[in-house]
Design a protein around this ligand. Structure first.
Ligand SMILES: *[C@@H]1O[C@H](CO)[C@@H](O)[C@H](O)[C@H]1NC(C)=O
Ligand SMILES: *[C@@H]1O[C@H](CO)[C@@H](O)[C@H](O)[C@H]1NC(C)=O
Length: 387
């Protein structure tokens, strides 16, 4: 074995022990770290609670000065820590966990303010299924002359409009008719109020105020493959040719391209996070920092119809539902071109176990900007402008 291979072999052996030395300090939690967090919490005082549900498990990032010191080699590996929001017996617990040293809960607080943790995937699914077995709802569907098997529901947070503390985690269910289209938002079941208490997982209020006709499915599908010419697919699939290989290199979560380097991460709430983006100076080989940490902080979509069934439809996509939790697997050749590299992402499910979103992120080079970079003029010697 060549002597130069020794350090990387040592690092590899070290990494078998899952030491924090193997991680970039901003790397997202790995499946095994998520499992470790679950077992730490399952053996804590919360283990005896009758209901324990995980609502957020994410990296508790080291402070910026520590990360910068680590990056410049002035600090050794930084400890891995996690931040967890868990519901247990009707209370919201905020926990900080040390995953690398003594594997313990270092801080544990009960959140007592307004508001609740974001709805997790499993409880959205469970709540959405409730109306299908709820007699008054079944009657409402029949009254509208619709088939129950074509009805789907989704959960919408109720928000806060200045009232006294609700004391309950509530969602309203919005129901739609699918049928021959996937564009279910075009076919709402209007006039209904279906209020669900998430902790009790039951319908606590139901109202059928008025019947509004449901638009027909024909012509509402937005999928290109379902559309008739001339609105059908107009473009043909292409290929990407990079005879000298990809220009992007990915090492763990570090992405390098041209004179740029950045760290690419994933979080259940924030979704995609780009950190420590830097560009090489033109004069020398040092890198200039351009961005410490960047992600979309929120997407607020207020539909704002003042009627009883619509006023609360104000979506905080990151804070209430999680950009990361809402991510779906990217389709090679459809969402990302042939030269894309994919990255899987992990989050903790309601039971704390790691859940994988395969191909959650993709990285690719795109040919972009020829028109803006080409320039010529008749005065430039040797140009073909005069010929
Ligand atoms: C674990 O480490 C933290 C600091 O990282 C410390 O506050 C805590 O007391 C330690 N717990 C145990 C059980 O050693
Ligand atoms: C590299 O170039 C930049 C920009 O000119 C300059 O600010 C910096 O001091 C240089 N670094 C070194 C180590 O020469």
């Amino acid at each position: 074995m060549a002597p130069t291979k020794l350090p990387s072999l040592l690092l590899f052996l070290f990494c078998l022990y899952r030491s924090s030395a193997c991680y970039h300090p901003l790397d997202p939690l790995t499946p095994s770290e998520i499992s470790t967090i679950r077992s730490i919490i399952k053996s804590s005082h919360l283990a005896s609670s009758k209901s324990l549900a995980f609502h957020y498990v994410g990296l508790d990032e080291p402070d910026k000065p520590d990360v910068l010191a680590w990056q410049s080699g002035r600090r050794a590996a930084l400890p891995r820590r996690a931040f967890v929001i868990a519901r247990a017996d009707g209370q919201t617990n905020e926990l900080y966990i040390d995953i690398s040293n003594n594997k313990s809960i270092t801080s544990d607080k009960i959140y007592d303010g307004f508001g609740y943790p974001r709805v997790n995937v499993e409880e959205q699914t469970a709540a959405s299924a409730l109306p299908l077995n709820y007699r008054p709802f079944v009657a409402s569907v029949r009254k509208r002359g619709l088939e129950l098997k074509e009805v789907v529901c989704g959960a919408s947070t109720v928000g806060w409009y200045g009232e006294e503390r609700q004391g309950r985690r509530l969602v309203n269910l919005l129901c739609f008719v699918t049928g021959d289209t996937v564009n279910l938002f075009m076919r709402p079941l209007e006039g209904l109020t279906i209020l669900v208490d998430l902790d009790a997982m039951e319908i606590v209020e139901y109202k059928d105020r008025r019947v509004v006709p449901v638009p027909k499915a024909a012509g509402t599908d937005y999928r290109a493959s379902k559309q008739e010419p001339p609105f059908g697919p107009q473009t043909k699939p292409g290929v990407v040719v990079q005879p000298e290989g990809k220009g992007v290199t990915i090492d763990g979560h570090i992405v390098s391209w041209s004179n740029w380097v950045f760290h690419l991460s994933f979080d259940a709430q924030a979704g995609t996070i780009i950190s420590l983006a830097s560009v090489q100076e033109t004069e020398n080989s040092t890198h200039r920092s351009v961005l410490y940490r960047g992600h979309v902080s929120e997407l607020f979509v207020p539909y704002m119809n003042p009627s009883e069934e619509w006023y609360f439809r104000t979506f905080f996509d990151a804070g209430e539902y999680g950009f990361g939790l809402s991510a779906s697997s990217l389709e090679p050749m459809m969402d990302c071109p042939a030269n894309a590299a994919f990255m899987d992402a992990f989050y903790a499910g309601q039971d704390g176990r790691p859940v994988m979103i395969q191909n959650a992120l993709c990285v690719f080079e795109r040919y972009d900007g020829d028109p803006s970079w080409r320039h010529t003029g008749s005065e430039i010697p040797g140009t073909a402008a005069s010929s």
